[in-house]
Design a protein around this ligand. Structure first.
Ligand SMILES: Nc1nc2c([nH]c(=O)n2[C@@H]2O[C@H](COP(=O)(O)OP(=O)(O)OP(=O)(O)O)[C@@H](O)[C@H]2O)c(=O)[nH]1
Length: 348
């Protein structure tokens, strides 16, 4: 549904209050914080001011954003944090920090603002210099689209970027936020300029179509082979396959007409030369993970007995790993949530 100027800005206080309630943090029903593969996106707090001043104070960040002044100091960061808390509480905007899911390190920020454009929201993001080139902005912006169209129930998300800011244009393209034939003016405070840019947008129908494409379910089955010492067999994805170099549980896709168990028996034979009996496969847990272009559903079986010696037949490295050391091996993003169930089973 294209938004016209006449539709926009009709944000009545009740709607704003409802949106603010959806943005309140805490509990399983709350929209925030957002969790992605590599990040937790959470509201900024006063303790973030100095790291924000360092990151957003760089000219390489300010020069491409409309709202970040330059120079940008601690006072600016405190003012922004308190402004954003106010907008979130009144239900007119949400800004979140991109933090590393493991270390908590603040890496950038991403926000939606529908103050004056509701039911459309403007998307904005910036990423600190040390954290560029890893696809983090796209990952965060994708989570913001989900927030916009699901809990916030907005109709459109729009954005713009400097024509020479190719990294940002790449993010918008990747998310399906495309030129919509309109222009938008941006007051770029750091440069003291007013930009007149191509407007890019995505509406609910386009976002739903993209989500449906990415939600195609792929059933993969995997095994945790456990030896007499309680070690688990990991195999390393060989060069030429997607996610090459990462360690995973042996297994593969379930073919048409196969049960997960038959598929696993076939894969263990093809990949490792093992003969396995159906009765030895004990279901343990499963992974359910949204990859960019499909949704993985992967039951994990435990196997303690087999015939033959695991022999890599597809050029893959293999490793026997103690349960306590499983996290030392870089794995595809679907796999780390499987580790606690294995450790519960093996670390007694
Ligand atoms: N086998 C296995 N696949 C995993 C794991 N974790 C995970 O995300 N996957 C994903 O599940 C999919 C399985 O694909 P695969 O390439 O191993 O399957 P396959 O042996 O049937 O390969 P093929 O498609 O080349 O015939 C891949 O996208 C892979 O990255 C895991 O622990 N084990």
């Amino acid at each position: 549904m294209p938004i016209t100027e006449a539709d926009a800005s009709a944000l009545d206080p009740d709607t704003a209050r409802a949106l603010a309630a959806r943005l309140a943090e805490g509990g399983c029903e709350a929209a925030l914080p957002l969790v992605t593969d590599r990040m937790i996106l959470r509201p900024p707090v006063a303790e973030d001011a100095s790291v924000l001043a360092d990151l957003a104070g760089a000219w390489s960040v300010a020069r491409y954003t409309g709202r970040i002044p330059h120079p940008y100091g601690l006072e600016d960061a405190y003012a922004w944090i308190s402004l954003e808390a106010g907008l979130r509480a009144e239900g007119t905007a949400v800004s979140l920090l991109m933090t590393d899911r493991t270390t908590g390190t603040v890496m950038g920020a991403v926000g939606l603002n529908w103050n004056g454009s509701w039911p459309a929201a403007e998307l904005g993001y910036w990423i600190g210099e040390p954290y560029r080139g890893r696809g983090l902005a796209a990952e965060a912006a994708r989570a913001m689209l989900t927030l916009a169209f699901e809990p916030l129930d907005l109709a459109e998300v729009f954005a713009s970027a400097q024509p020479e800011n190719t990294a940002s244009l790449w993010v918008l393209d990747k998310l399906g936020i495309r030129p919509d034939g309109r222009r938008m003016r941006v007051n770029a405070v750091a440069r003291g300029e007013v930009w007149d840019h191509e407007r890019r947008s995505i509406d609910r129908a386009a976002w739903e179509a993209d989500r449906a494409k990415r939600a195609r379910l792929v059933l993969v089955v995997a095994a945790a082979l456990v030896d007499r010492d309680g070690r688990v067999l990991l195999t390393r994805r060989p060069e030429g396959k997607p996610m090459a170099g990462l360690w995973e549980f042996p297994g593969g896709k379930v073919h048409e007409g196969e049960t997960p168990e038959r598929a696993l028996i076939r894969e263990l034979h093809e990949e490792l030369g093992l003969d396995v009996r159906h009765a030895c496969l004990a279901p343990l847990t499963f992974a359910s993970h949204a990859y960019p272009d499909f949704h993985l559903l992967m039951p994990l079986f435990v196997l303690r007995s087999w015939h033959g010696r695991p022999t890599p037949r597809e050029g893959q490295d293999i490793a026997w790993v103690r349960a306590a050391r499983l996290r030392d091996y870089p794995m595809p993003p679907a796999d780390p949530p499987l580790i606690p169930a294995l450790q519960d089973l093996l670390l007694v």
